[in-house]
Structure formats: C-alpha cells, structure tokens
Design a protein around this ligand. Structure first.
Ligand SMILES: Cc1cc2nc3c(=O)[nH]c(=O)nc-3n(C[C@H](O)[C@H](O)[C@H](O)COP(=O)(O)OP(=O)(O)OC[C@H]3O[C@@H](n4cnc5c(N)ncnc54)[C@H](O)[C@@H]3O)c2cc1C
Length: 245
C-alpha cells in the first residue's frame, strides 16, 4: 500500500491557533493573523485538544492519496462518514491485470497461498471472458473478490482523523485498515505535530482501554510507541510489529 499526504490546509496549526484565539480574544482572526505567536499558539492547541474542544481543529483539513489497498479495506474506511472520498471506479476502468492484496496469514502459508492465487487467477480469467463476450465492466466486475486492489483519495479534517486513529490504530482493528490509519498518522504528524501529538489508538488518547475483556493488554508498550513517534515513514514497521508480538 502507498499512502501520501497530497494536500492540506496551508499552515494548519496557525489556522487552528487563530480559530482558538478568535473564541477567547477581543481581537478578530484577521488582526490575529498579523501578530500570531507560534509558541503561544502551540500551547493553546495542546490545551484545547486535551480538553476535548475539538470543533476548533476541524479548520485543518488533510487530503491523502492512497494506492493499492483492497476493497475489503476501502469498504471499512468509507464507513467513516465525516470525510470525502473518491475511489477508482470498477465501471469506467477495464482491468487488464487483476491486481489484488494477499493477507500476510495467507502469504506465510504455502497451501493457503496456492488456493488463494489459483482463485484469483480464475477470477481474472472469468472477468476477461465476460468482457470478451460483450458484458460491460460494471457487470463483469461482479466476479471480483474483496481482495481486488483499489485507489482512493481521502479528505478529512483533524477532528475526524483523531477519531479514526482512536478506532483504527487499535489492535482490535483489522490489519490492513490499521496499517492505513497508521500510515495516515505518520503523514500528518510531520505537518501538524502539535495537533497530533497524542494521536493514536483509544488507549493512547484516553489513557485507558475501553475494550474491556477484548483489551490486548499492551497499553504501556503501545502508549510509549505512539508518544515517541516523529512521523518518519520508516516508523510504520514499529507500528505494524505491535500487532505481531
Ligand atoms: C474494530 C471494529 C470492528 C467493527 N466491526 C463492525 C461490524 O462487525 N459490522 C459493522 O457494520 N461495522 C463494524 N465496524 C464499523 C463501525 O460500526 C462504524 O461504522 C465505523 O467505525 C465508523 O464509526 P463512527 O460512526 O464512529 O465514525 P464516523 O462516521 O467517522 O463518525 C464520527 C463520529 O461522528 C458522529 N456521527 C457521525 N454520523 C452520525 C450520525 N448519523 N448520527 C449521529 N452521530 C454521528 C459520531 O459521534 C461518530 O462517532 C467496526 C469498526 C471497528 C473499529
């Protein structure tokens, strides 16, 4: 999977800071733009994020380009409603090569891998035969599996991102959407480190695990890992490894 932040609010932390000042200052946002103090701004952002005054961070918006995730993953992703999505169409695109995602458990298991790849090959052949005899792509695609690769553009504001990270960076989330959420988190950490300073799964943001008997029991290790993230894309290996111990 490839995940890249392709656009974002210009100077997102300044915009969030200015918005926060607007609610507590006699001066208006236009005047504050001229005399904005970055250090004071960081303090106010830290406070409002910790108090849960999250409407202010809605002013910062982030757009991600995502390539090569499965339809299983995009189906889970688009359940998050406070976002904008544009996904590769299986009606307008005729797939000459049926690319698909192989789950790690199948990749590691010789027999499973054989069954899986043979099924994908048959699926691709069936699709091509249907296209060749004149079935339109919008109907031929009915043979596709959930593993079919897709591309998607996602736009979300910082409030929704914090919410998604709580749910989808958690080890209870399925591995592929967890990897996607973690990669998105690393991307935004670089651009808005104060807003996303304490971002991560529920246990990191809340300080406790709300999963009850389903808790993974690794709260300390998970919290340390997320609190020390810098936003380097290489850190994804550490985050994936949390689910493998
Ligand atoms: C581990 C895990 C397992 C899951 N398993 C299943 C499953 O088995 N079956 C299944 O169907 N789904 C499943 N889901 C998906 C889940 O039920 C939600 O659809 C998904 O997480 C989106 O959640 P959300 O509503 O919090 O998010 P968003 O759509 O991102 O919304 C963010 C927040 O905005 C508010 N909000 C948004 N829309 C409304 C609204 N219409 N009315 C009121 N408030 C609103 C809510 O406070 C919400 O939490 C699973 C999710 C996770 C993380």
């Amino acid at each position: 999977m490839k995940v890249k932040l392709i656009a974002h609010t210009y100077d997102p932390e300044k915009i969030v800071g200015i918005s926060a000042y607007t609610s507590i200052s006699e001066k208006g946002p236009i005047a504050k733009m001229e005399e904005y103090d970055n250090e004071k701004g960081k303090k106010i952002i830290k406070n409002l994020v910790s108090y849960g005054h999250h409407s202010v961070i809605e002013h910062a918006t982030f757009t991600f380009g995502v390539e090569g995730i499965s339809r299983t993953c995009t189906h889970q992703l688009v359940r998050h409603r406070i976002a904008s999505y544009t996904q590769q169409s299986q009606r307008y695109v005729k797939f000459t090569d049926l690319d698909y995602v192989t789950p790690p458990t199948i990749q590691r298991h010789e027999e499973a891998k054989k069954i899986f790849h043979e099924t994908m090959k048959k699926t691709a052949e069936a699709y091509q035969k249907l296209i060749d005899i004149g079935i339109p792509p919008e109907d031929a695609r009915f043979v596709f599996s959930n593993a079919a690769k897709s591309n998607i553009v996602i736009t979300m504001n910082a409030r929704e991102l914090l919410h998604i990270f709580r749910l989808r960076c958690c080890l209870r989330a399925q591995w592929e959407i967890r990897e996607l959420a973690n990669r998105m988190l690393l991307e935004v950490k670089k651009i808005a480190p104060t807003i996303f300073e304490n971002a991560g799964p529920n246990c990191v943001q809340l300080g406790y695990c709300p999963e009850g008997k389903f808790s993974c029991g690794k709260i300390q290790k998970i919290t340390e890992t997320y609190k020390n993230l810098k936003g380097d894309s290489d850190e994804i290996k550490k985050l994936i490894a949390l689910g493998e111990d």
